[in-house]
Design a protein around this ligand. Structure first.
Ligand code: FES
Ligand code: FES
Length: 197
């Protein structure tokens, strides 16, 4: 992960919390690709049940619909960001059954009935997730566009037991690109977040 000067203007915390607090989310570690379209309708659409942040949603989708588009366009969960839309930036990271995945390369039909967590689902009972707090405390963002994906990836990274050193954090977060170059503060936030050991 490249380092970069992080001396830009201070982040707007209220905007950050609005983006990351309520709805919950993956990095490039694993990519889920549709394996079997669910029951097709006469129109060629498929019936899909998405379990997102504890809520169940029954949708009828074009079988080519990505999980990212299903979240943003069908479920009104815009916290998961579309960056490259080709698996290269990590902005769209969410969790599927606890694993981080890039939702732009994941067909919605392939995660039928699996547990999906987005950035909107991280906070619980009005309390930010400790990783969200760590990003705030360490100014781990500037514009904030990559931040939901960074946080979702970081949460999974700690769960994977891989956040063992700054070098390891850089290595296993390298699928999450930050065009603002907030990398030093992102690493500091992950390093300081509770739950690593
Ligand atoms: S938008 Fe999915 S990896 Fe960039
Ligand atoms: S904070 Fe702007 S792209 Fe990462």
């Amino acid at each position: 992960m490249p380092n970069a000067d992080n001396s830009g203007s201070k982040p707007r915390r209220r905007g950050f919390q609005r983006t990351t607090a309520k709805p919950e989310p993956a990095a490039r570690g694993d990519v889920v690709v549709a394996e079997r379209p669910r029951s097709r309708t006469a129109s060629g659409s498929v019936a899909v049940t998405l379990r997102v942040n504890g809520d169940e949603h029954r949708l009828t989708l074009d079988p080519r619909t990505t999980l990212l588009d299903a979240l943003r366009d069908h479920l009104d969960l815009p916290g998961t960001k579309k960056g490259c839309d080709m698996g290269a930036c990590g902005a769209c990271t969410v969790h599927v059954d606890g694993r981080r995945v890039v939702s732009c390369l994941t067909l919605a039909a392939s995660v039928d009935r699996q547990a999906i967590t987005t950035i909107e689902g991280l906070a619980q009972n009005g309390e930010l997730h400790p990783m969200q707090v760590a990003f705030l405390d360490h100014d781990g963002f500037q514009c904030g566009y990559c931040t939901p994906g960074q946080i979702m990836s970081a949460v999974a990274l700690i769960r994977e037991g891989r956040a063992t050193s700054p070098e390891a954090i850089r290595e296993f977060m390298n699928g999450n690109i930050c065009r603002c170059g907030a990398y030093p503060n992102i690493v500091a936030a992950i390093k300081a977040a509770p739950g690593k050991e």
